[in-house]
Design a protein around this ligand. Structure first.
Ligand code: DON
Length: 320
């Protein structure tokens, strides 16, 4: 397909799907996110050559929120090895809300079900290399910089807003501490976890991360291996099985891509290469980033999910 054609289709589909923003609302439990303009919808697709296709609201910055969870999992596996990480967190879906205390309580003193629910992500964040939240944050920022070529910054307003209202996460962290699953004290573990959630990112940078995951940890633009293919494989498994929370099954059925959502309305998706049906777009794989801050009851961008569903169907992107 010609670039112009892809670009025109993308513009059209974003406008067609924008009405789905009405099916969701901005995250109300984090005051700074509640204030976001709900009817925004934007997308960036980065192809194998690093060319980008943008449509809708594209000049947006938003906080990573739970999208940070898949990146911190990858970073921790990269720095400390997969055996170390899988000893601390499992790779099973829960069927409960992302911030639920129930699965952890049932399995006490077992490990969190997976690194993409809050309990698992707090555990992972606390174990990043470094002795303090500051050092761990810096290592994470450098790891991401290695993929996107620039330094991301913290959104201080979102951080403060989350920090003040993190009652449930604080409760989860106490459970984790009781089971010796935190490397830091409760307050420090929460600090690093919430800092990772509050990192500000744009669509282009996020699509680059999706591209690297799609290509098994290899950056096809800079031609360098960022992390091992073993780590990328488990990351993709987690994205498919747990990345869209309790609608991961439906997302796999209707979109069929490894993806990770966040309550600020971001979605990171990875499209691995697919060599047949060559007339379709993105056969060499791509990374996709979507932003639509009106989220549904599961915590996923309402319009973003529908937009991905349309793209995947029209361009036959599903991995299944
Ligand atoms: O800890 C929280 O609740 C938020 N910082 C992140 C939650 C989130 O993004 C879940 N996503 N769907």
């Amino acid at each position: 397909m010609r670039m112009e054609e892809v670009y025109e289709q993308l513009q059209l589909w974003v406008e067609e799907n924008r009405s789905h923003t009405m099916l969701g609302a901005t995250a109300q439990y984090i005051p700074a996110l509640a204030e976001q303009e709900p009817n925004q919808l934007g997308i960036c697709i980065m192809d194998y050559d690093g060319d980008t296709y943008l449509a809708g609201e594209t000049d947006v910055n938003f906080t990573l929120q739970s999208v940070s969870k898949i990146i911190s999992f990858v970073a921790l596996c990269h720095f400390k090895g997969m055996d170390f990480v899988l000893d601390k967190v499992d790779v099973e879906p829960t069927g409960e809300a992302f911030n639920s205390i129930i699965p952890f309580e049932i399995h006490r003193p077992g490990k969190p079900f997976n690194p993409l629910i809050n309990a698992g992500a707090i555990t992972v964040a606390s174990m990043l290399p470094g002795d303090t939240p500051d050092e761990k944050f810096e290592r994470f920022i450098l790891f991401v910089e290695g993929m996107i070529g620039r330094r991301l910054e913290l959104n201080e307003e979102v951080y403060q807003s989350e920090w003040k209202t993190a009652h449930r996460n604080r409760a989860l962290a106490y459970y984790l501490k009781e089971s010796n699953l935190l490397e830091l004290d409760v307050e420090e573990a929460l600090e690093i976890y919430i800092r990772l959630c509050s990192i500000s990112i744009g669509l282009k940078d996020l699509s680059k991360i999706g591209l690297v995951i799609a290509h098994d940890g290899y950056d096809p633009v800079e031609k360098q291996q960022i992390f091992s293919s073993d780590v990328a494989r488990i990351a993709k498994v987690l994205m498919v099985t747990c990345g869209m929370y309790n609608s991961s099954g439906k997302f796999a059925a209707h979109v069929g891509l490894p993806a990770k959502s966040g309550v600020s309305g971001g979605i990171l998706a990875s499209v691995p290469p697919k060599w047949h049906s060559e007339e379709k777009a993105f056969r060499k794989g791509c990374g996709i980033a979507v932003f639509g801050p009106a989220i549904d009851a599961h915590g996923n961008s309402a319009a973003g999910t529908m937009l991905l569903r349309q793209l995947s169907a029209e361009w036959d992107l599903s991995i299944f």
